[in-house]
Design a binder for this molecule. Sequence first.
Ligand SMILES: [Zn+2]
Length: 115
Amino acid sequence: MSGPRIRDSGDGRGRIVAVSFHCPGCKLNHTLYTQRTPADLPGPRWNFNGDYERPTLQPSIKATGGFPDCDPESDGWDENAICHSFVTDGRIQFLGDCTHALAGQTVDLPEMVAL
Ligand SMILES: [Zn+2]
């Protein structure tokens, strides 16, 4: 038995517009748009397979710069940080260009902590 690894955000009318997961590399949540409103609003969108326990998100996720430094000794924002991953079947594969300690590794996505 496992809990959800995805938290969704709706538009208040029953449509999911974004999904979040906890990234064990960055130790923070990444949030991805699955659709934009209005629909022609520019910006990336990700496909979510709808499985909250074994999520797959496509395409790959690349977060760069301007997110909090993973180093617990630091309270700053690392402008050079990169987190590049594939989320497939509830696991997250970190590519080699990640700047955090899990670069090149594939690990289970952690369950989302209830708000
Ligand atoms: Zn990350």
